[in-house]
Design a protein around this ligand. Sequence first.
Ligand SMILES: NC(=O)c1ccc[n+]([C@@H]2O[C@H](COP(=O)([O-])OP(=O)(O)OC[C@H]3O[C@@H](n4cnc5c(N)ncnc54)[C@H](O)[C@@H]3O)[C@@H](O)[C@H]2O)c1
Length: 257
Amino acid sequence: MELVVVTGAARGIGAGIVHRLLQDEVRVLAIDMDESVQQSLNSSPTRGELITAVADVTDRSSIDTIAAEVRAEGVHLKGIVNNAGRTSTAALLEESPETFESVLHTNVTGAFHVMSAFLPWMLEQHSGSIVSISSVTALTGTFRRAAYSSSKAALLALTRSVATDYGAEGIRANSICPGAVDTDMLRHHLKNLPDDQRLAALDIVERRQLTPGLAEVDDVAAVAAFLLSDAAAFVNGAAWTVDGGWTAFNDLRPELR
Ligand SMILES: NC(=O)c1ccc[n+]([C@@H]2O[C@H](COP(=O)([O-])OP(=O)(O)OC[C@H]3O[C@@H](n4cnc5c(N)ncnc54)[C@H](O)[C@@H]3O)[C@@H](O)[C@H]2O)c1
């Protein structure tokens, strides 16, 4: 069975991607810093095979150790999904230097460590697909996301640079830019807002999209599975929005004006 590595896999979009991949005959290595990763992913029987590892993507030596261990098993590494991420909702002057650096460290340096650990294996095979979960905030201004949007733009650029530097050697690297996805990260953000702001935030989600509502994790997982697959053999260095049209227009839907 071919192997796909998914980070930040214990819940939300990462868990959705793991479940989607396990529908096929593939081995998935699900990495998360949350110790419940094994327990939270073990559900219904699947065609694929799940292995899990508890590790923080910012800890290079842990990631290197995991990569060396699975590589010793001699399987083919089909793909990597850089999904582990954290958010912060602050404008520049509200953001602490510690949080700013932590967001960059998790979202960018973490992906750097994971790709650095696994890319040599892909290069030896002359094949491999990398998918990074960026965000629409990498593409367009979003209020109070100074650190988060900076990190997601950097992740997009880092992923594109991998496509640029290693594309000729059989590596594909693409990003997905989701809009608002119904996960703990979004729910936590909404929960911390005062009531009027929470309703306003949900209203804005409706108004700024062409397709109403929140995306489900499966909407992102389906695109990740496609980008990992041979069906996307000629897709490289791209950023795929999964945002209900958020970044496609700058008007309000007429019935909501
Ligand atoms: N939910 C959204 O609306 C949305 C929109 C755009 C992009 N994204 C991105 O999608 C990804 C997943 O988001 P989500 O909403 O599922 O988040 P989530 O908070 O529900 O889950 C994130 C997972 O990543 C893990 N994680 C965080 N830091 C880690 C680290 N340093 N090492 C290992 N694991 C770590 C957490 O333990 C958790 O299991 C993130 O990169 C996020 O920025 C989310």
